[in-house]
Write a protein that binds this ligand. Sequence first.
Ligand code: ADP
Length: 698
Amino acid sequence: MTGDDTATVLIVDDRDENVLALEVMLSVPGVEIVTARSGAEALRLILKQEFAVILLDVLMPTMDGFETARLIRMREASKRIPIIFLTADPELELVSEGYAAGAVDFLVKPLNPEIVKAKVSVFVDLYRMTRQIRRQEEALRLAERERGEAALKESDALYEASFNAAPVGIAHTSFEGRWIRVNPRFCQIIGYSREECLERGLQDVTHPDDLADELAGLEQLASGKIGTYHREKRYLHKLGHTIWLDVTGSLVYDHAGRAKHFIAVIEDVTDRRRTEERQRLLAGTSQFLLRSLDHRVTIDDVARLVTTSFCDWCVIATVDRTAENGYHLAAAHVDHRIGNEVTELGRRLLENPRFCRSLRGSDCSEMLTDLCTRAADLWDLDDGTAGLLRKLGCGSTLIVPLVIRDQVLGQILFVSAHPGRRFGALDLGTAQELAQRIAMGVEHARLYREAQEAIRVRDEFLSIASHELRTPLTPLQIHFQRLLGPRRTPGGVAPEQLQRILERCERQVHRLQALIDNLLDVSRISSGRLRLQTETVDLADVVREVSGRFAEELAAADCHLVLESFTPVVGQWDRLRLEQVVTNVLGNAIKYGGGKPIEITVEVTPEGGRLRIADHGIGIDGADLNRIFQRFQRAVSSRSYGGMGLGLYITRQIIDAHCGSIKVESRPGAGSVFVVELPRSAAALARVDSGPHRALSA
Ligand code: ADP
């Protein structure tokens, strides 16, 4: 038996001999006896310690046993202590009063020690068992609490570890918006250290445009109108640039169910938002470019579009032959108030030779960290332009060429005016994709313009060709009428006159044939069917023969032909085609020569031969010198001069097929000199045989 099992018995009796007798009777191990000589003393003792049972004498002076028992029962701590009354007079009335006062039993004096012992021991055992149960309960409670505390500690540690290692940002936020606790990922996302975060709050980093909505959302959360708060919103990173966050917020409660603070989980979705923006930007650009075939309008729109989301300002310079300086310039700034200044900068850059060289020269993109510093080296800017650049704000910059089929059509400058906003690889990809679409738009517009021009030229040609084909038909018709018509002389047409009329008819038929041959040649050239029949030919001989055919026309034009140097020049050529060349060039010299003398030279060159035909007629404007060798191209008005604009085109194709060249020198009013060079080499001709016709395509 341990000390813990000791049960204390309180004996209350005013008589010493009774107390002593009871002490003797109850003196057993494990039972401690405490005695009191009055009810008042007993009450005092009960206040101080616990008792297994109270043996209470009924008859005591001042406060009798029943009174004492009633007072004991009134107190919460002592109301369950069993009370055994000691009485010498077990009257029924007394016994019932005793039970009413809280007695559990009665012992009648004189006391029988065995009965006293037995009764007391029942209550002592009961007391011990109760204490035992209480102890076990206590132990159980303790164990439970320890387990609870351990579980709490474990869950705290787990939360701490998850909090610190979470791949998402977590922040505990006070109702005022201050950050109370933040995890490392949160700090990493917004760029501030833990300490800096704890000195700040939502209001300091939320993008001004999103703040009102953010505060309204938190208000709803705090008032219980919504259970969770979920938004995608913008924060300002410590470096100053905007980041996009996916934020989920909710309330944290204490044990009593009171809301303590907010908890927010954030994810950085800037890249996803940028990708979405990029898609939107590219789609918007395509839409603009498809809207109109005037690339100048569409590029202006695109410039404005990119400054709404991709960069702060941009300059797009594209080749434009119709523009005075050869370029179309589109410029825009996110701040429309200084849009004009970007245009002014673009204008100045286009006057800068180094910038213009770089504009057409490079087909590589460049990513600059600071345009202000690099621009000086790149383009050697004057102070005014450099100042303008600084005023517009220039940090991270992308310079992207506009390239289509290996041809550089211009350049775009995408500039971030904000030092915190740096372009990266993703942005460069976007810029290149944009440039590609713009280049395609420019090219489509150009092709469209050219197609329109080709249609215009074709229509003009059809009208000229019809006119040209009718020209020989009219005299032919007149001649036939003279031969067959009613006003014919009665004796018929005299033989000499008939001969003359038929010769004129033949000339018109030749003319018609030549026109139709030209048309057929164009079709042959276009389909690569122009074949050369080469043989040994003397160029001087060809020139002499063709000139002879022009005798009548020369006479009619009162034009004198001067054959200056005339040496035989022999080569392997197609005779009929060379006749065609001479006919075309000499025919033009007569047509456009204004009746002035025409000089012809045929001479041997180291490679083969050279034919030079010079007239002193109307001449050709420098701007038209290349164009006149193209199909249907003419540099004169069809009202003043007949012709279909095919002669020089066919001539050039024939000479190309012979691997030769044709050049012209001319000035308006000073006449023209056409020089044809022909190689005699077999190698050159071999190239012709192996399919030069491909080179003859229009
Ligand atoms: P066409 O003479 O039928 O118009 P061509 O192809 O022979 O076609 O010539 C193209 C254009 O070149 C002419 O319309 C004319 O404007 C110009 N041209 C050709 N030869 C001369 C020349 N000797 N002097 C002035 N202009 C010429």
